[in-house]
Design a protein around this ligand. Structure first.
Ligand code: HEC
Ligand code: HEC
Length: 449
């Protein structure tokens, strides 16, 4: 949808309908009758909103049911979710025994870590996004280099700077500590206790051809490697089942929209006047909804905002890969765990079929993040370039400099002077809901110290 250049005021109902009858002291019932008698647009429950605004606002809430998983037939198995819950918090799944998924996706920080760039076994170069709501995303990671949540979960386990472990170590850990739970969901484990066949560590060649773990992996029989890959992929599938429990919870904004839809022109009083002005800018002149749309407030697409080069916590310029979606689209097509490969349960791979990694606008583009709970997940952008929401708005207002890779998206225009930052902030804050239900946001009892 492109309403940036169309007047947000076009199509307003008759001026009388805009008269705030309630504000004039007319009782709600009388006001409704009066509005009806004046012939106000019935599709426009709040006479303050244009029909076009109403249409867009209605499209932003509520969150629909979780869509089916891409290629994981265990995604909605409660037992898999419980196993995934344990794996998510288990620090034994790391090279140094100190890192779990929850190290960087901390429940109390809405599954982020508060750092500019995440830190695990080593220093990562990207800001940790939230895990809440990933069930709705067709492409995972900020450059979309994975096409399912279960395949995504395998990445950090073998990333040197994150968990720094390997798939054979993970399979052994599952066999030692989660044997029953695993086998009840996924069937028998391979005979991992046969030391000659299954060394303690092993993973395919990534960076270092001569690494002992890669050498050990290459020496294994092909079907044994396949059996380990199956266990590894099932670990991802259990974690995905857990992540599907982490859904954004209703926020003040959702209560406001629900009340509007129910015919209450005041939206139940759930948004302040300032937040309503922010909402109007968001869906209109501010142009935000061009990319932050739908109930997750993301188009799930990739855009190059032309952000400033990131700095590390100690202030040095960060030399990271900035090709973004250009690189991610190529990587997802080569991923051995992608849709269409041996470990996926999916029957059709539409999303990948039409993906062209050479598409020019992919260069330097990163995924549009959901804005649900955004006030709780500072700092912002793919490498923590912007510290606060105010900094984000200042960026959209000034659009300084040029990106290091590709070019800034041409449709992106500076936020106009008539829009008040305080109003947009009030609106963004109205998107904060509570954390997902308690059992899922606490470490599982079995791992309690
Ligand atoms: C060292 C910190 C760290 C650890 C440990 C870690 N992550 Fe992440 N996570 C990140 C960062 C940083 C990104 C973004 C990286 C990128 O896009 O290149 C990310 C991205 C993600 C995403 C993608 C979200 C999106 O919007 O696309 C998911 C899901 C996720 N992690 C889940 C997990 C799971 C599951 C584990 C454990 C197996 C895990 N993470 C371990 C830091 C971490
Ligand atoms: C052209 C598409 C586009 C438009 C228009 C747009 N955004 Fe974004 N927004 C993005 C993308 C893409 C990112 C992430 C960029 C990155 O990390 O490189 C982002 C990031 C953000 C973030 C940081 C979220 C986080 O978790 O890091 C906020 C807040 C935000 N946008 C708010 C807004 C507001 C408010 C507007 C309107 C003034 C707006 N955006 C307009 C695409 C857009």
């Amino acid at each position: 949808m492109n309403n940036r250049n169309s007047s947000a005021r076009a199509g307003r109902p008759q001026p009388l309908c805009r008269l705030r009858l309630a504000a004039l002291g007319v009782a709600a019932g009388v006001a409704a009758t009066l509005a009806g008698a004046l012939g106000c647009d019935r599709a426009d429950p709040d006479a303050d909103w244009t029909a076009q605004e109403v249409r867009i606002i209605h499209s932003l809430s509520p969150l629909p049911a979780v869509p089916p998983s891409a290629g994981n037939r265990h995604a909605d198995d409660e037992r898999a979710a419980r196993l995934g819950h344990q794996l998510f918090f288990d620090q034994r799944l790391s090279g140094n025994g100190k890192v779990s998924c929850a190290t960087c996706h901390k429940p109390e920080l809405y599954f982020t870590d508060g750092l500019l760039q995440a830190r695990g076994v080593g220093q990562a170069g990207r800001n940790a996004p939230t895990v809440i709501g990933v069930a709705w995303l067709p492409f995972l990671f900020l450059d979309g280099r994975k096409d399912s949540a279960w395949a995504q979960a395998l990445g950090p386990l073998e990333a040197e700077v994150e968990h720094g472990t390997d798939r054979l170590a993970v399979a052994h850990l599952v066999s030692q500590h989660y044997r029953e739970a695993y086998q009840s969901i996924f069937g028998p484990l391979p005979p991992l206790d046969q030391a000659g066949r299954f060394p303690p560590h092993g993973r395919p060649v990534t960076l270092d051809r001569g690494h002992p773990h890669s050498v050990a992996w290459a020496a294994m029989a092909a079907e044994d490697r396949m059996a380990v890959d199956r266990v590894f992929s099932n670990v991802g599938k259990a974690i995905e089942a857990y992540e599907r429990k982490l859904r954004p919870q209703p926020a003040a904004f959702d209560r406001y929209v629900a009340a509007l839809k129910a015919g209450d022109a005041q939206g139940g009083g759930h948004l302040s006047a300032s937040a309503r002005r922010g909402l109007r800018a968001f869906v209109g002149a501010g142009g935000c909804v061009n990319c932050h749309n739908g109930p997750l407030l993301t188009d799930k697409g990739f855009h190059n905002l032309g952000l400033p080069q990131a700095r590390t916590a100690s202030g040095e310029l960060l030399a990271g890969v900035e090709s973004g979606r250009g690189r991610g689209a190529g990587l997802v097509k080569q991923d051995p765990f992608r849709c269409g490969e041996a470990f996926s349960d999916a029957s059709s791979c539409q999303e990948l079929k039409y993906l062209n990694p050479l598409f020019e606008d992919f260069l330097g583009a990163f995924k549009t993040p959901s804005l649900r709970n955004v006030a709780m997940t500072a700092p912002y952008m793919h490498a923590g370039q912007l510290a606060t929401l105010q900094d984000v708005l200042t960026f959209y207002r000034t659009l300084p400099g040029q990106p290091r890779a590709g070019h800034r998206e041409l449709s992106l225009q500076r936020l106009g002077g008539a829009i008040d930052d305080a109003d947009l902030l009030a609106f963004l804050q109205s998107l904060t809901g509570p954390l997902p239900p308690a059992p899922w946001v606490q470490p599982p009892a079995s791992l309690a110290p």
